[in-house]
Design a protein around this ligand. Structure first.
Ligand SMILES: Nc1ncnc2c1ncn2[C@@H]1O[C@H](COP(=O)(O)OP(=O)(O)OP(=O)(O)O)[C@@H](O)[C@H]1O
Ligand SMILES: [Mg+2]
Length: 323
């Protein structure tokens, strides 16, 4: 069986302009007095960046074979010097954050994922992300041929756009988690700006059934989401994940559409921005900002499906006229 990092298929193409590094590779530690052997130990433990290193407790680092407490202190001190904390400003679906889109079937969640795959690759002066895309598909609905017209619409070379997307299909929740682990290695090597997980919950709903397994499901889901948050922050990528809805019989008779996002509180806490999609009349789709730290609630926007397909990554607050 292929290792997770080998399952993520990447066709090399140097189409993307160089940009300042937004994370620091772990081997930079060697220029701060840490020996290469210890750096190798960190890499073997799955730590590829100084930013990622700083997300580990000293206790967990001393658990790595061959790293004493004194060594870990030195390593952490060096990493803190290297990592330059700061805020990235600009517009777009937020990097270092998780955007969740939920809604019933055929309401456009996957279509938006396809559009983001393209718009992420636009240069920054066109308010794109100028970076590569990783796509984890749990439902088998990614369509490269859908990417082609979207890329052409943006005036981009479709072949080059496709080459900058790495894709993997996940079949179990464990597989999905392992793919995320493999992704860290890829992201430490190349400038990624977007990670799509379509959908984050589907496999959990298949792999865990019944009330008896609910607690375990939520615990595993929390681990997955924590991994996603770390990837978003460590590599400064935007995470776009889709979610399904469940019937909410407790919603009461006065609620016209008693559906709520799946995943419960665990998922609600993990998402920074929550978008609710629903079908409108005919080809219309309605997107509502359900929860966002910087936006007022209840701003509903309607747009035809065709327009949605061209939804740009760069409309910061998803309420602008760009819809
Ligand atoms: N090329 C296209 N141009 C315009 N609309 C399209 C195109 N391809 C598909 N659609 C429309 O997009 C909708 C499908 O949306 P999408 O697959 O994103 O749904 P979804 O929210 O991901 O649903 P699910 O929960 O089943 O995954 C359909 O209504 C379909 O008609
Ligand atoms: Mg879909």
């Amino acid at each position: 069986m292929l290792r997770p990092e080998e399952q993520l298929q990447l066709v090399e193409r140097d189409e993307i302009d160089d940009e300042d590094d937004l994370f620091e590779a772990i081997d930079k530690l060697t220029s701060h007095g840490i020996n290469a052997g210890d750096v190798k130990k960190l890499q073997d433990a799955g730590i590829y960046t100084c930013n990622g290193l700083m997300m580990h407790t000293k206790k967990s680092l001393t658990g790595i074979k061959g790293l004493s407490e004194a060594k870990v202190d030195k390593i952490c001190e060096a990493a803190e010097k290297i990592v330059n904390y700061g805020y990235i400003t600009g517009s777009g679906i937020e990097t270092s954050a998780i955007t969740e889109a939920f809604g019933e079937f055929r309401c456009g969640k996957t279509q938006l994922a396809h559009t983001l795959c393209v718009s992420t690759q636009l240069p920054t002066n066109m308010r794109g992300g100028n970076g590569k895309v990783a796509y984890i598909d749990t439902e088998g609905t990614f369509r490269p041929d859908r990417i082609v017209p979207i890329a052409e619409r943006f005036g981009m070379d479709a072949g080059a756009v496709l080459d900058n997307i790495i894709y993997a299909r996940a079949y179990t929740y464990e597989h999905q988690y392992n793919l995320l682990l493999g992704l860290a290695a890829k992201m430490s090597e190349e400038p990624f700006r977007l990670l799509v997980v379509d959908s984050v919950i589907a496999l959990f709903r298949v792999d865990f059934t019944g009330r008896g397994e609910l607690a375990e499901r939520q615990q595993k889901l929390a681990q997955m989401l924590s991994r996603l948050i770390k990837i978003a922050e460590e590599f400064n990528v935007a995470v776009y994940m889709t979610n399904q809805v469940i019937a909410d019989p407790g919603g009461g008779v006065f609620i016209s559409d008693p559906k709520k996002p799946a995943g419960g509180h665990v998922l609600a806490h993990a998402a920074t921005i929550r978008l609710m999609f629903r079908k409108g009349k005919g080809e219309q789709r309605v997107c509502k900002v359900f929860d966002a730290p910087n936006l007022p609630e209840a701003e509903a926007i309607s747009f035809p499906v065709q327009l949605l397909v061209y939804f740009p990554i760069s409309s910061t607050n998803l309420t602008t006229s760009e819809f």
